[in-house]
Design a protein around this ligand. Structure first.
Ligand SMILES: Nc1nc(=O)c2c([nH]1)NC[C@@H]1CN(c3ccc(C(=O)N[C@@H](CCC(=O)O)C(=O)O)cc3)C=[N+]21
Length: 286
């Protein structure tokens, strides 16, 4: 029997815990404030950002998108981040990825104050995660952990294969699974005989950005399959990295695209924004 994850319902459930926390901050005169920096106007990024904005506004989070032209210089972008770091009314900052090629991703991410790092991408917070210490964590892998927990997928001792090694998904996901006592393999574009690796997995998580890349021959019967891909087909339809029709019948639990991992990414970002605000309020000099 296959269970298809309802990402939208789980996202709504998680978000239901936020209003009391937001109200308690408001009672202290604080409105959680998230700033999203978008460089250029990639339509997919604009859509994801709109979903984040809509959610934030609905919750009473003060959200604003700072649009910078695709030609912005590294120095100008770093100056914008420095200004947000210094603004006590801003609690959470994220720079939407990917950035145009002339910008240095690593340097841009490293410029964000780790205490305001909504995505948990800064080296400080990535290091905390790999060390097993608390801190802000990347939203997509955090959302996947919420799915695995809600659908009661056992992690201790389980064989988990992460396909993809990006800063935003693969690497932090591997750390979170390891912190949860899974046996973790990270596979990627240079992995030899990928199918023989994924077929050993109790849990396969894929984030490669290639439509229908994971086929039935790559999955062990009864496995859990988590699809992080948001891939656009020629006809404009959105699909995932998993050949869902062929793979789903083999699985115990599988996420669809859309309405699988995506809504959890947005929810976890809201949760992170509130958590960062709470910790800044606690640490405020009185
Ligand atoms: N600094 C940074 N942080 C991010 O968190 C970040 C990023 N850069 N760059 C791009 C990825 C992608 N991402 C998504 C957000 C919302 C949906 C989402 O709302 N998905 C819906 C709708 C999908 C659709 O219809 O296209 C769903 O899957 O049901 C998906 C993906 C955040 N990302």
């Amino acid at each position: 029997m296959t269970t298809v994850v309802d990402g939208r319902a789980l996202a709504n459930d998680l978000l239901n815990a936020l209003p009391p926390r937001i109200q308690s901050l408001q009672a202290q005169g604080v409105v959680p404030a998230l700033r999203i920096i978008q460089v250029g106007d990639d339509p997919a990024s604009t859509l994801y950002i709109r979903n984040k904005e809509r959610r934030a506004a609905k919750l009473g989070i003060d959200v604003a998108v700072i649009q910078l032209p695709a030609t912005v210089s590294q120095a100008e972008l770093l100056a914008k981040i420095a200004a947000l770091n210094a603004d006590p009314a801003v609690h959470a900052i994220l720079v939407q990825m990917p950035l145009p090629g002339h910008l240095d991703d690593a340097a841009v991410v490293a410029a964000i104050d780790p205490a305001k790092d909504a995505d948990g991408f800064t080296p400080t917070n990535a290091g905390r995660l790999w060390s097993g210490d608390p801190g802000p964590v990347p939203a997509t892998p955090a959302g996947i952990m919420a799915i695995l927990q809600r659908y009661k997928v056992p992690l201790r001792g389980a064989r988990a294969v992460m396909v993809g090694r990006s800063r935003i998904v693969g690497r932090p996901m591997a750390a979170m699974l390891l912190n949860a006592d899974a046996t973790v393999t990270v596979a990627h574009s240079q992995t030899k005989d990928l199918a023989s690796v994924t077929r050993t997995a109790d849990i396969v998580i894929i984030a490669v950005g290639i439509p229908h890349f994971l086929t039935a021959a790559m999955v062990k019967p009864g496995a859990v399959v988590i699809d992080v891909g948001i891939d656009r087909l020629a006809d404009g339809k959105v699909t995932g990295d998993v050949d869902f029709a062929a793979v789903a019948p083999l699985t115990s639990v599988i996420t669809p695209v859309p309405r699988g991992v995506g809504p959890l990414t947005v929810a976890e970002l809201m949760i992170q924004t509130v958590a960062l605000t709470e910790s800044q309020v606690r640490h405020e000099p009185s």
